[in-house]
Design a binder for this molecule. Structure first.
Ligand code: AVJ
Length: 344
């Protein structure tokens, strides 16, 4: 396997056996060159409200911690989504018929398996197109899937979502379903969210589907517990973004001098996650030639997690041409899975 970092060309194809193909789409947003990497950190840490892109939560350690978060008693979204998917996957595939499954942010492909099982029961060919910025994770999970599903073909795209949606390989099945799960949509500010949904409508043909996972508005105590777990895994996850900056940009953040802070902002219907500086301090990010001062009590915004109103969300989707066909929720109505169809 070639290294992603040293690729001269824009598109690299990697054919691995006859059932796995990986395409690397490079572009400005997936660049890891030192010149471009970190510009967002400089912008974010020099802004009046210091901010870090949530992508810094996800280095290898961060991804591990997130997997752990998903199993916490307080963190209901993953469990709720998996229970809805498991219960309704047969119904979903009944509605869509045989479909190519395209997944934005595939991770370990746990949820894809539930859908692939249901599509397998329908009969016919099985095609899965995972899209993820992490080539290593994508290839690893693809190889595991090929062992479970003997008829499956996987074509992975190592790419940001926008670039991948604009460059999907030709469809080999009559219809496609784009799955965007985990309420990752909640991480995006409204404008970015609109843009992604538009890119989805441009990638789909009329009649094709979007399956969207969205966390719903609910009692504040439930939300705040989910982002302030008792074992401190979410705190470790949040603070790990500073370790990430330490190794990636030769920075000298002292993790003990920052504290995890998260609460629900009811006006904006979102959980806001911050790192609070406990003392007056100066941090240097050598690789970025950046020195940043923090006052005791000052906050860095590290992530936002929006919570949706199901009716409003359905209206927004409808107005983009994505007609909600069906919305499923869990027993507590904490979480929703929406199946939408692109109108002609
Ligand atoms: C992966 C963005 C859906 O917002 O719930 C979990 C990330 N952050 N705990 C979320 C997260 C803190 C998660 N998403």
């Amino acid at each position: 396997m070639q290294s992603f970092r040293n690729l001269p060309a824009n598109v690299i194809q990697d054919q691995i056996g006859d059932r796995l193909q990986i395409t690397y789409l490079t572009g400005p947003q997936v660049s890891f060159t030192p010149e471009e990497d970190g510009q967002d950190v400089i912008a974010g840490l020099t802004a009046a409200q210091k901010t870090l892109s949530p992508k810094y939560l996800y280095d290898d350690r961060g991804s591990e911690l997130f997997e752990q978060i998903c199993t916490l008693p307080e963190y209901y979204p993953t469990r709720a989504e998996i229970s809805i998917l498991s219960q309704y996957a047969p119904e979903i595939v009944q509605i869509t018929g045989p479909c190519e499954l395209i997944e934005l942010g595939s991770g370990s492909a746990t949820k894809a398996r539930i859908l692939l099982d249901a599509y397998q029961n329908l009969g016919g060919s099985l095609r899965y197109l995972p899209i993820d910025v992490s080539g290593g994770a994508l290839e690893g999970s693809a190889r595991e899937l090929l062992q479970t599903y003997e008829q499956l073909h996987v074509h992975g795209l190592v790419s940001t979502y926008g670039l991948a949606l604009a460059n999907l390989p030709p469809s080999l099945l009559p219809f496609r379903l784009i799955a965007f799960l985990g309420s990752s949509i909640g991480n995006m500010p409204p404008e970015e969210c609109q843009l992604l949904l538009r890119q989805i409508t441009q990638a789909l043909e009329p009649g094709e589907y979007l399956l969207l996972g969205a966390d719903l508005q609910k009692d504040r105590a439930v939300l705040e517990a989910a982002y302030n777990d008792r074992q401190g895994v979410t705190a470790a996850f949040n603070k790990n973004s500073l370790s990430h900056l330490n190794w990636r940009f030769q920075a000298d953040f002292i993790l003990d001098q920052f504290q995890h802070l998260s609460f629900y902002n009811p006006d904006r219907h979102q959980i806001e996650i911050y790192l609070k500086s406990l003392v007056d301090q100066t941090v240097t990010l050598k690789a970025l030639d950046l020195t940043v001062k923090f006052q005791a009590g000052e906050l860095i915004l590290s992530e936002v997690s929006r919570k949706f109103d199901l009716v409003e969300l359905q209206q927004d989707l409808q107005s983009l041409g994505l007609k909600p066909i069906q919305a499923w929720t869990d027993g507590d109505r904490f979480y929703s899975l929406l199946l939408c169809q692109l109108q002609g």
